[in-house]
Design a protein around this ligand. Sequence first.
Ligand code: ADP
Ligand code: MG
Length: 455
Amino acid sequence: METDIEKMPAEPEQEKPAAKKKPRKRRPKKPAVKAEAAVNAETAEEKQAAEETEKPEPKKREPKPVIIPEGFRDMDISEDVLRAIGRMGFEQPTEIQKKTIPLMMGGSDIIGIAPTGTGKTLAFGIPMLEYMDMKETELQELVLAPTRELAMQIGEELQKLAYYIKGLRIAVLYGGQPIKRQMEQLGKHPQIVVATPGRMLDHLERRNVSVRSVHTLVLDEADEMLNMGFVKDVCKIIDQTPPNRQFVMFSATTSQDVMTISWKYQYEPVQVTVEAVDENKPQITQYVIPSERQEKQERLTYLLDANVYERVMIFTDTKLMAHRVNAALQKGGFDSEELHGDIPQKKRSEIMRRYKHGKFPILVCTDVAARGIDVDDVEAVINYDLPNENEYYLHRIGRTGRAHKHGVAFTLMTYSESVRMDAILKYMKSEPTPLYFDDTGILRYEDGSAFFENI
Ligand code: ADP
Ligand code: MG
């Protein structure tokens, strides 16, 4: 209790940031490419009719037509971002996008709570691209993310969104890459930086970049970032931003640290929550398979041998175990790679890139290395060990079943792990299907029918 009281603000009113938001400058709107008749048309109906009937004269080297996603139309998003969304193949905003984009465009501070895979990157990425002064040379928008992989992924997603915006520069800063190369990026005066907190602070301390003109600050995977011991670094960075900047946080959960940072730095934050229900909920069938510890490698091999899943992620608890499991798989002739904190950064990026592009089918990884990673089409997740934190289980299995595809998650569980599993399932509020290996080593459902038809 005492500690709770200590955490309470002494004089909350006085410490709150200034009420007035800094005015943000919007990118000038480019006129949409329309037929002349449409531009001259008086009424909305005429306009629509003209647009539908008259197509612009076909020019030489006409760019591939991009379908403007109608679902994003009424969100005051500029034409070039809309076209980029269309180019990415999205038609409708996800629930978190529907809820947060208008709020963020309106300048609110936000805490967005949503499960993994619900499209949070675009939820903040779209408004970020709208408010940009293309003439400004100082950094305007900063996104902090917990891991290098995640920072890179956000950078890539923003690049795709900015496909039609000329002159937008995005720098991605993370540990493990030479500072010098990143200084070159910063020397080009990016409008947007995506960074891990440690490396960002490093650059700030070396005065390679300043955040004093930042008008939009985003913390992605805030719970994870603060959990990983970045609280101090994050605060030091936020302290250097202007008090009236817009501050948006995205998180899978509302942890104590998240709420503390919110109280300290956000102005009248609006909390937006998206539950993992039905249409948002990834379609994942979960299975548990009781196994002795020494049987796990063999069980794993069985699941992979079935050759049913083209892209598989295997999770272990420790780097050492990830290495061992991968070594055993490679020895057994599987095309697999390992991803964890002991692999040098350059190699990690390379492995991630190759896995994303389907160059090899099996990735063995630890939780931190895989957090937030968005790889399409992971068909199966296998929990070699149970994670220490309940939320990790959700994040692990959230690697599959993305974008409305169906995925499966297997958990190899020793007897002693079953207590942990119970706690996880209580947290997940879900019931996995139990499977078992019979005496001849065939995987079966409880009713005795074989799990894989082909073995
Ligand atoms: P989160 O950060 O919530 O875990 P991401 O932003 O990584 O989720 O998005 C998950 C996946 O969904 C990505 O592959 C992304 O490209 C895709 N996605 C994002 N927005 C949409 C949308 N409106 N429609 C369909 N897919 C989307
Ligand atoms: Mg994300």
